[in-house]
Design a protein around this ligand. Structure first.
Ligand code: SF4
Length: 351
């Protein structure tokens, strides 16, 4: 049993620290105008000691999801609860007060842009404690040194400036800043996309260690399935602002229920060859049905889906499946069987 699988067992029984119910987000909504819908009725859970991987391509809404949790995106519907406190739509003073508790920490994609270049590493890591009014200056310095050690950095780096560190060290400083307040929820948006392969693995292993050491819920957002495969207990797949599938990582990777997930796994090196469906079998090679191209409702994936038919003109709801899985596809239980259909083979490989 892998570390992720054994942690998944205990996390499955843990307390839900992040609960998102039917979350919708739209930008630019004014008066009666609908605005641009970015997320539509997305529901997710992340438990103590669990890593939830959220995957999706550009425009899937994955970053907006994290921004909504920290009060940086316009929520138009649904509910967000963190560590038992409902935070949906908190504004102004109420939002600032909740942030000051340090219960949520957000790790940005680019550490260089998120770290003040004029502050030393020690000051940067101690800063969240100062914001939350925790301890004396000496106590904060001590906690900062402890956090640096926790993320595998020499506390002797405390006097350096961010510009004097490598990319991997900077991302670990960001992580030390994130864990120094002992948060209940850690949101990491593309935390390793700017790193080289060796630093990427190091930072990913740190997430794996920290979630058990701190009993924190970790949500890692990525466009790269391979980054998530080794550490996430569960994976949630977003497509154009909707949740299309979620479930335990191993099952999602080896037996995807949604055609889009199957497409993602088709070229992921982390998925064993025998589980991959040749991508050509999953890609639409002929023109999509007109109704799908018009974007007038129906399944959002229909224009790219080789299995689309008239049933898909109605948007599929997210449905539960055995094994703690969820999927939004009218043909989730049958599309695999259709892969061998000669008629479909013609569609998939082109005439
Ligand atoms: S509902 Fe239809 S179009 Fe959408 S993914 Fe399923 S088969 Fe494809």
């Amino acid at each position: 049993m892998s570390t992720a699988e054994s942690a998944a067992g205990s996390a499955a029984e843990g307390t839900a620290l992040l609960e998102i119910d039917a979350l919708s987000v739209a930008y630019g909504r004014r008066g009666g105008r609908p605005g641009q819908q970015i997320l539509e009725e997305v529901s997710l859970r992340a438990r103590a000691g669990e890593i939830l991987g959220v995957i999706g391509e550009t425009g899937s809404g994955k970053t907006t999801l994290a921004r909504a949790v920290v009060g940086l995106a316009p929520v138009t519907g649904g509910r967000i609860t963190v560590d038992g406190a409902e935070i949906t739509g908190l504004r102004g003073r109420a939002l600032r007060e909740f942030r000051r508790t340090g219960r949520i920490q957000y790790l940005f994609q680019d550490p260089l842009r998120s770290l003040d270049p004029d502050l030393t590493v020690g000051a940067l890591v101690a800063e969240p404690l100062a914001v939350t009014g925790t301890g004396s200056r000496e106590q904060r310095a001590e906690r900062a040194a402890e956090a640096l050690h926790r993320v595998g950095l020499d506390p002797g780096l405390a006097e350096r400036l961010p510009g004097q560190l490598s990319g991997g060290q900077r991302q670990r400083v960001s992580l030390a800043r994130a864990v120094v307040t002992r948060p209940r929820l850690l949101l990491a948006d593309e935390p390793v996309s700017a790193l080289d392969a060796s630093n990427r693995n190091h930072v990913l292993r740190l997430f794996d260690r920290l979630r058990t050491e701190l009993d924190v819920a970790v949500v890692v957002i990525s466009h790269d399935l391979s980054s998530l495969a080794g550490i996430a207990d569960r994976i949630a797949v977003l497509y154009r602002g909707r949740l299309v599938e979620q479930g335990p990582t191993a099952e999602v990777l080896t037996h995807p229920l949604h055609p889009y997930t199957a497409l993602l796994t088709a070229s992921a090196p982390s998925v064993r060859r025998e589980h991959r469906i040749p991508p050509g079998r999953l890609r639409r090679q002929e023109a999509a049905p007109e109704w799908a191209l018009e974007g007038a409702g129906g399944c959002g994936f229909a224009a790219r889906c080789v299995f689309a038919d008239d049933a898909c003109r109605a948007a599929p709801a997210v449905e539960a499946r055995p094994g703690a899985r969820e999927v939004a596809c009218h043909h989730a239980d049958t599309w695999r069987g259709r892969l061998s259909s000669p008629e479909l083979a013609v569609v998939a490989v082109g005439r």
